[in-house]
Design a protein around this ligand. Structure first.
Ligand SMILES: NC(=O)c1ccc[n+]([C@@H]2O[C@H](COP(=O)([O-])OP(=O)(O)OC[C@H]3O[C@@H](n4cnc5c(N)ncnc54)[C@H](OP(=O)(O)O)[C@@H]3O)[C@@H](O)[C@H]2O)c1
Length: 319
């Protein structure tokens, strides 16, 4: 079982298990440092997670202590919706780089294919979904092809090694393929047994675009955020997952992560707890048998938790 996915164009080896930085709030620098110490080499951040300064501090400490060199790490960040305009991509990226104290990023993603009216970082940083003045989500005429051209310029400038996109579908990728100079290296989407997106995964992988799954534990990180997260049966204590876990003497979390990596889909679990961090990395010396994969696959129900509609935003993005 490969521990990396080789990315198109650069051939860079993206670790198939990384550490997710969303909602790493308290003791963030220590958490990132601990994650690197525990063995994580991919750090999945974003301007929108409001912790890039602390993430950078955690990385700096791990480098200072000689645990890793910068080139051993694969650092990911994401461009927020309010910075899609061609005049705002570079300044937004520069802020991320400065906040993290780095001089390049391994992978920069367009966080959502939603161009939202720009917000001056002096007024609000990072921007949100709603405009701070009107308290409404306002769109902006900044087409993705112009935004993508700016992302490509970051590659040309040697500031970003790979570029990709998140929260989108086949239709948009097909359109991107028709104008891009640099094909997206990765697509990051919500994926777990309740939302398997088999056609998307199969087709995107066949186009040599790597897939990263976020929220591998399904509703776990949405319990406090929305109704779907609150009401769905947790996957981490689901009897089907527990039964499979028992068979392999693994935890339900490990089964959910292994289920992804076994289809060559990268995972980026987030945990504040060092033992769980370590366990989430321990996915490589065992294999789920086909019958257990089938059992897990039977949990499909098309349930999406990170859905704009679930946050009360009237945008059926995934329809
Ligand atoms: N592109 C996007 O739009 C997008 C959207 C969402 C997420 N993401 C990325 O994906 C990452 C992961 O997704 P996520 O943050 O939604 O959550 P997740 O990794 O699916 O789940 C995190 C939750 O699971 C718990 N957990 C972690 N390991 C566990 C284990 N071994 N046993 C039991 N519970 C465990 C964590 O609690 P503890 O911390 O207490 O362990 C936390 O409550 C994010 O951090 C972010 O980097 C990207």
């Amino acid at each position: 079982m490969a521990t990396h996915i080789e990315l198109n164009r650069t051939g860079d080896k993206m670790p198939i298990v990384g550490f997710g930085c969303w909602k790493v709030e308290k003791d963030c620098a220590d958490t990132i440092y601990n994650a690197i110490k525990a063995g994580y080499r991919l750090i999945d951040g974003a301007a929108a997670y409001e912790n890039e300064v602390e993430v950078g501090q955690g990385i700096a400490r791990a480098i200072q202590e000689g645990i890793v060199k910068r080139e051993d790490l694969f650092v990911v960040s994401k461009l927020w919706n309010t910075d899609h305009h061609k005049d705002h991509v570079r300044p937004a990226f520069d802020r991320t780089l400065k906040d993290m104290g780095l001089d390049y990023i391994d992978l920069y993603l367009v966080h959502f294919p939603i161009p939202v009216k720009h917000v001056d970082p002096k007024v609000q940083y990072p921007g949100g979904w709603e405009n701070p003045e009107t308290k409404k989500m306002e769109y902006q005429r900044s087409p993705l092809h112009l935004c993508w051209a700016e992302m490509e310029k970051l590659v040309d400038a040697g500031l970003v090694r790979n570029i990709g996109i998140s929260n989108t579908n086949v239709m948009m990728l097909l359109d991107m393929f028709s104008y891009c100079r640099y094909k997206p290296a990765t697509l990051q989407v919500e994926l777990h047994p309740y939302l398997q997106q088999n056609n998307l995964v199969r087709w995107v992988q066949s186009q040599d675009v790597a897939i990263t799954a976020y929220s591998s534990f399904g509703p776990a990180s949405y319990v406090q955020l929305n109704e779907a997260g609150k009401t769905a049966k947790p996957l981490l204590t689901h009897e089907t997952i527990e039964q499979v876990a028992k068979k392999y003497s693994k935890s339900p979390a490990q089964v959910l992560l292994r289920w992804s990596v076994q289809r060559n889909v990268a995972v980026i679990p987030k945990s504040m707890n060092v033992d769980r961090m370590k366990a989430n990395l321990d996915l490589f010396d065992w294999t789920l048998e086909d019958e257990d994969i089938k059992t897990i696959n039977s949990l499909e129900m098309g349930a999406r938790f990170n859905d704009t509609l679930e946050y009360g935003i009237d945008l059926p993005l995934f329809d």
